[in-house]
Design a protein around this ligand. Sequence first.
Ligand code: AMP
Length: 307
Amino acid sequence: MSVITVGSMAFDAIETPFGKVDKIVGGAATYIAYAASNFVTPVQQISIVGYDFPKEELDALKKRGVQLDGVEIVPDKKSFFWSGKYHSDMNSRDTLITDLNVLADFKPVVPDSFQGAEFVMLGNLSPDVQLSVINQLKIRPKLIVIDTMNFWMDIALDGLKEVLKKVDVLLVNDGEARQLSGEYSLVKAARSILKMGPKFLIIKKGEHGALLFHENHVFCAPALPLEEVFDPTGAGDTFAGGFIGYLAKTKDISFENMKTAIIVGSALASFCVEKFGPERLKEVTKEDINTRLAEFVQLANFDIDLV
Ligand code: AMP
């Protein structure tokens, strides 16, 4: 069983109320790969980096079962660089710098050895890049999941709508669901988005958890109330990696199993925010994940007598 992951690999500079790093490895595909590789290997990565991307970081991913045949290394350009600063409540941030560098000319190529993957996670990139990957797949995967953001809704809405017709699961946050649908109510927004193509919609609500919509069903997953959130960067991508990794491991794409998968995604995201960048994800063990999953079960578990 393999999972194809597509997305940025980056250097990030991050400032939160608790500290600051000038250069740490990040990027959506990095977080997705670290999270998914807890459950499934190989993770087949498609991305692009420059000459400056550390070999040790690529080796660390390889050691976890991440295949990098689809990662282009451009010898004369720098890696994508992103810098962000979080507000004091940690729920919002300002993007300070986006230097596309290699990402500006990213033309993803799906290696022959990746053909036949049953699960595909398309991280937040331009709809053209996402579509190009889908169109190169010779066999329709069992499940295609995409992440996107308001930026693409602003500048490439038609392209995004084309992609939505071809995917199974869309991941967005609440503001993006409202923007895409033009509806304030998330229930109405979900109904409208599910008509655009995806059979499942996940609306992420940051520290308030996530909602999963499918046909007329809805499931609400909590986020673990954490004592300390150190750096939320990559939490959404980590959630996505945990979600698809668990589905690939269990090979079950039913609504019932997706409920568990979003709890697994939330558990992985709760680790991600504990340290800068993907540092915490690198050290998390199976036991850590199971302990945290048990905390999730306790969090939302109650008995009730009907009144
Ligand atoms: P998240 O916190 O889930 O939004 O993801 C943060 C990661 O996304 C960072 O590691 C950035 O390197 C990466 N990122 C930020 N902006 C972009 C962009 N425009 N395209 C691709 N990746 C990005």
